[in-house]
Unconditional design. Structure first.
Length: 114
């Protein structure tokens, strides 16, 4: 059973920063990622990192502002979000993948005010 718990969301002004955490991702997965879903929109990819950290990718909309990282010892995935914009407002989900499939957390709300 894979249980992922996100935290760190909240309300922040435009230009501010937040760091999201995803606990429970300590098992060995092939890929660790963050997705987000804004009201009325489909869930979209934000960032991903491979198990060894050798490959990291970002959506164009967050490149240069967000940083994904992982602490394998703590079994925690992070998303550092800087220079936040109102359009970053969404529920952010942690996602991990292995040969069985994909697993999701319950999400954490991020609201950026203008």
């Amino acid at each position: 059973q894979v249980q992922l718990v996100e935290s760190g969301g909240g309300l922040v002004q435009a230009g501010g920063s937040l760091r999201l955490s995803c606990a429970g991702s300590g098992r060995t997965f092939s890929r660790y990622a963050w997705f987000r879903q804004a009201p009325g929109k489909n869930r979209e990819f934000v960032a991903a990192i491979t198990r060894d950290g050798g490959s990291i990718s970002y959506a164009d909309s967050v490149k240069g502002r967000f940083t994904i990282s992982r602490d394998s010892a703590k079994g925690t995935l992070y998303l550092q979000m800087n220079s936040l914009k109102p359009e970053d407002t969404a529920v952010y989900y942690c996602n991990v993948r292995n040969i069985v499939g994909d697993y999701w957390g319950q999400g954490t709300q991020v609201t950026v005010s203008s």
